[in-house]
Ligand binder design. Structure first.
Ligand SMILES: *[C@@H]1O[C@H](CO)[C@@H](O)[C@H](O)[C@H]1NC(C)=O
Length: 274
C-alpha cells in the first residue's frame, strides 16, 4: 500500500463494518441491509476548478458514492455561500453529507456547515445533515482569524502576491510533484488567479469546536503546506477524529485518486451515525 493509516483506525473501521453487516436483521442466511453511503461534497482549494476532482470522483462513483464539487469564486463569504447552497440542496433532500475540503477550501467550508450537523438535526427529528467535515491538507482557521493568520501572518514561500491577486509560483513543483507529468502540466495550465482577500478574510465558524465529527487527510510529501503545518491544523480537532496519511504531494486527487477514494470510504465507515 502506498498510504498508511493510523493503526487504531483499522481496528475501528473493522468494528464499524462488522456492525454495518447487521447480523440477524435480514432473512436467515441473507445479508443485512447495505449501509447508506453519505454523499461526498468536494470543496477545492484556491486556483482550482471542480474539474481537478474528476479522477477521484470517478473512483468514488465506483465505490458507490454520489459526489458533487463546488466552484469557488473570490473570497471566504462568497465561497462559503456557494458551498452552503450546494450543501442545503443535499441536506434538504435528506442526504447525509461528508464535506471534504482541500487547502484554502477548509476556511469557507467550515463557515458553510454551521447549523447543519447531522447529529443535531437528527435530535430534532430532521433527516439529512453533515456527517463529517474532512480537511484534506486543508486550513482550519480559528473563528475571527484568516488563513494568513494561521500561517502566523507569514505568506508561504511560493505565494506570488501582485496587488490583490495571488498566484502560485511553480505550481508543477509545489502542487503536483508526484503527478504524472502530462497531467501536472495540464493542471498547471488550468490554474486560475485567486484574490488575496481569500487568504485574509476571517473564519466565522469552527465545526471542530461545535460538536461536528472531524477528519484530517495528511499528505506527507506536500510541498505547498508542509506536514508540520498540517499537524498543527489537525491538533485543533477533538481526540478521536478520523486521521489518515497519504504519501502524496498536495494533490492526491490527481496523483493517487484510487487510494484517496479508499481513505474517503474509510472515513465514511469510521463516522458514527446518530
Ligand atoms: C507573479 O505574478 C505576476 C502577475 O500576476 C507575473 O507577472 C509574474 O511573472 C509572477 N512571478 C512569478 C515568479 O511567478
Amino acid at each position: 500500500m502506498r498510504f498508511s493509516v493510523i493503526s487504531s483506525l483499522f481496528a475501528l473501521a473493522a468494528t464499524g463494518s462488522a456492525a454495518v453487516v447487521g447480523k440477524g436483521k435480514g432473512k436467515a442466511g441473507g445479508v443485512g441491509p447495505a449501509a447508506v453511503k453519505p454523499d461526498i461534497l468536494l470543496v477545492p482549494g484556491a486556483w482550482h476548478t471542480p474539474a481537478a476532482f474528476d479522477l477521484v470522483r470517478d473512483q468514488l462513483t465506483r465505490r458507490g458514492f454520489q459526489s458533487t464539487a463546488v466552484p469557488l469564486l473570490t473570497g471566504v463569504p462568497e465561497d462559503a455561500a456557494a458551498i452552503r447552497a450546494e450543501l442545503e440542496k443535499l441536506v434538504d433532500a435528506g442526504k447525509e453529507v461528508m464535506v471534504i475540503s482541500h487547502s484554502y477550501g477548509g476556511v469557507p467550508a467550515a463557515a458553510a456547515v454551521e447549523g447543519l450537523n447531522l447529529k443535531d438535526r437528527a435530535a430534532q427529528g430532521q433527516k439529512g445533515g453533515v456527517l463529517m467535515v474532512v480537511h484534506m491538507t486543508s486550513f482550519a482557521a480559528k473563528v475571527g482569524t484568516s488563513l494568513m493568520d494561521s500561517l502566523g501572518g507569514n505568506p508561504l514561500p511560493w505565494f506570488n502576491i501582485t496587488g490583490d491577486i495571488l498566484t502560485p509560483i511553480n505550481p508543477v513543483k509545489v502542487f503536483y510533484a508526484d503527478v504524472e507529468p502530462k497531467l501536472a502540466e495540464k493542471s498547471a495550465e488550468a490554474i486560475l488567479p485567486s484574490s488575496l482577500r481569500a487568504m485574509t478574510d476571517k473564519g466565522t465558524f469552527a465545526p471542530w469546536d461545535a460538536g461536528f465529527q472531524m477528519g484530517f487527510i495528511h499528505t506527507e510529501d506536500d510541498q505547498a503546506i508542509p506536514i508540520a503545518i498540517q499537524k498543527q491544523m489537525a491538533a485543533q480537532f477533538p481526540a478521536g477524529s478520523f486521521s489518515a496519511t497519504l504519501k502524496s504531494s498536495h494533490s492526491p486527487f490527481l496523483s493517487m485518486p484510487e487510494q484517496l477514494s479508499e481513505v474517503i470510504e474509510q472515513a465514511s465507515v469510521f463516522a458514527k451515525k446518530p
